[in-house]
Design a protein around this ligand. Structure first.
Ligand code: ATP
Length: 190
């Protein structure tokens, strides 16, 4: 079995995440891909995250049309700083060998890998796959890292949040189901 893991804050989830996840499904021949919303991302400066329950629910809305996509609350339940190595240990227990784990990340994270907690342990638990992302160079990465052939979309949660805060309610970068959830729960309004 081949399992993909896509971590992030998903604040909110957008079509860039889905494009990345779909490319990973196809290119890596995954049986399932698990979205893992972080409780507290280690290297992000943003501290005013949308509550975990809302981010989890929005991911659930975003992925509902693809049966091979799942969402896990393991980092939300664990609380504290969401280190990838701990998450990979958790999934390794759930999916022992010979299952293969693929940790997928966007190009903005590739250069930071050396700063991640116990990165060599993490490399021993999963294949690391980095996807291109506009504005980020992906040359000179560690040899353990593979590349995902992916046509990136220039979308970020930061851009989506800015537009929603300006009350632009027709934000095409997020799935309709997510926009509906945001409207119902009145999220991201300044
Ligand atoms: P923010 O703007 O709040 O920093 P984000 O758009 O980067 O958020 P995250 O939830 O942090 O979204 O991203 C989760 C994962 O998806 C990360 O590995 C990130 O690199 C990747 N990712 C997000 N958007 C894209 C995109 N447009 N193309 C490729 N990868 C992406």
């Amino acid at each position: 079995m081949r399992i993909g893991i896509l971590g992030g804050t998903f604040d909110p989830p957008h079509k860039g995440h889905l494009a990345l996840a779909n490319a990973a499904l196809k290119e890596l021949c995954l049986d399932r891909l698990i979205f893992v919303p972080a409780f507290l991302p280690p290297l992000k400066q943003k501290i005013d995250l949308t509550p975990p329950a809302d981010r989890f629910a929005m991911v659930r809305c975003a992925i509902r049309e693809e049966p091979r996509f799942e969402v896990s609350d393991c980092e939300l339940k664990r609380k504290g700083i969401s280190y990838t190595v701990d998450t990979l240990r958790f999934f390794r227990k759930q999916y022992p060998e010979p299952a293969e784990l693929f940790f997928i990340t966007g190009g903005d994270w590739g250069k930071t890998l050396d700063q991640w907690k116990e990165i060599d342990v993490a490399f021993s638990l999963a294949h690391f796959v980095v996807a291109k992302r506009p504005g980020f160079k992906t040359d000179g990465l560690r040899p353990e890292v593979a590349f995902l052939d992916f046509v990136p979309l220039n979308i970020s949660s930061t851009g989506v949040r800015d537009r929603l805060a300006r009350c632009e309610m027709n934000v095409s970068e997020i799935p309709d189901s997510v926009l509906e959830y945001i409207r119902q729960h009145k999220l991201y309004h300044s």
